[in-house]
Design a protein around this ligand. Structure first.
Ligand code: PLP
Length: 401
């Protein structure tokens, strides 16, 4: 993977050779994230998208506090999905005016924390309006709210669909006029709309289409809004390549499309800022997962490298986080980069389940016990998205370089 160079057979992460980095971390397995890659990624987004489009980081992709603090300084806002994430975002120094809180089933206590912090709450049910009304009365500040709309379309070709049809996310577009009336009656501070149609998409044209449809739907719904739209969050869904044959997303057409929507919005919704919210695209390619080979076995002719890492730290790479057909993430032997002699091996973890698979029959340099296995594209949906307590192995470490 080009984003991580190597030198003398060692992968470099943040410029540090992997064996040295492992000694510094003090254990395997660990995740390592590279600040310079995060900075470059945000810079390339800024270069491609209109300057007036706000870039938000959806921190559920990687909630490591140090990383959130670093990314918060690069983007315009942070999107949180729980009071726990809200606390991390606030500690990270994110501006409460640019934090939004989305997610189904927000509890009264979480909503209270959000209103007190002054962040924007993306309302996802009629119940939330009632909760927010009494919280606003108690605290003496009107809750800042947007409506998360479950659109009547989906993001085509997404890894995960999160809009269109019956969904637990947002309020169906048909019900939004009624919800807007309830918000007005409750005296909440309405600020806009949030639409999120899907995730992990590599087709620029599908993303552009979803953005256009989101814009048009929001414009129709704005006719019933009690106050002018200030925020129009068009979602994200920008994907990264994980598997052979996948190519990086082309940002240029998405930038062109957003330029057009910015021009339309200046006319139709003059007070509105357009927002895109990205998780995986910002952090995914900046991180690696590193574990150590603890055993090498041959079973009926097939070679297994057994490592101290696995699905308990990296559920996504094992293929058990939403994949329909399991495919291998890109994997390397991080202390044998560039070795030309390869063999076909399976890399597995220490858990007592055949699901604990990091690479299935992959050509890798001939590895021995003690070598370091690297899983690329591991900056998003890693440590926090994995069942770490499963089987009672030690927790994974995370380091930001
Ligand atoms: C998960 C999520 C995101 C981030 O998705 P990525 O694929 O990581 O970019 C953005 N917005 C909402 C509402 C989400 O639930």
């Amino acid at each position: 993977m080009d984003q991580f160079p190597h030198q003398g057979g060692e992968l470099l992460v943040g410029g540090v050779p992997l064996s040295r980095l492992t000694a510094r971390v003090g254990q395997t397995p660990y995740y390592a994230y590279d600040r310079s890659l995060l900075r470059h990624r945000v810079a390339s987004l800024r270069a491609a998208l209109p300057a007036t489009v706000k870039l938000h980081y959806a921190m559920k992709a990687n909630p490591m506090p140090a990383l959130v603090g670093f990314v918060a300084g690069l983007v315009d806002g942070v999107d949180v999905a729980s009071a726990g994430e809200l606390a991390v975002a606030l500690d990270a120094g994110a501006d409460p005016r640019e934090i939004s809180f989305a997610g189904p089933g927000k509890q009264a206590a979480e909503l209270r924390q959000a209103v007190a912090a002054g962040v924007l709450v993306n309302i996802e049910s009629f119940r939330e309006v009632g909760e927010l009304r009494s919280i606003s009365d108690q605290l003496g500040v009107p809750a800042r709210v947007a409506v998360r709309v479950n659109p009547d379309f989906e993001l085509k070709g997404s890894g995960m669909r999160m809009g269109g049809g019956p969904k637990q996310f947002g309020v169906d577009a048909e019900q939004v006029p009624g919800l807007l009336a309830a918000i007005a009656t409750a005296g909440l501070a309405f600020e806009g709309f949030h639409l999120f149609a899907g995730s992990q998409n590599l087709k620029a044209e599908s993303i552009c289409e979803a953005q256009r449809k989101s814009y048009e739907l929001a414009l129709r719904l704005a006719a019933d809004a009690p106050m002018p739209v200030k925020f129009l969050n068009l979602g994200g869904g920008f994907g990264i390549p994980y598997f052979p044959g996948e190519t990086p997303l082309d940002l240029a057409p998405i930038g062109d499309n957003l330029h057009q929507l910015v021009r339309q919005a200046a006319r139709d919704l003059p007070e509105a800022s357009l927002v895109v919210e990205l998780g995986r695209y910002i952090v995914g390619e900046s991180g690696v997962y590193v574990c150590r080979v603890v055993d090498r076995k041959v079973s009926r002719g097939q070679i297994f490298l057994v490592t101290d890492g696995g699905l308990h730290h990296h559920l996504s790479a094992s293929g058990n986080f939403g994949q329909v057909i399991r495919k291998n993430y890109p994997v390397a032997i991080g202390n044998r980069m560039g070795d030309s002699a390869t063999e076909l091996v399976s890399v597995v973890g220490p858990l007592c389940t055949p699901l604990d698979l990091l690479a299935d029959r992959m050509a890798l340099p001939v590895a021995e016990v003690g070598d370091l296995v690297v899983v690329y594209q591991s900056g998003a949906y890693g440590a926090s998205a994995s069942p770490q307590a499963f089987l009672g192995h030690p927790a994974v470490r995370e380091v930001l370089l």
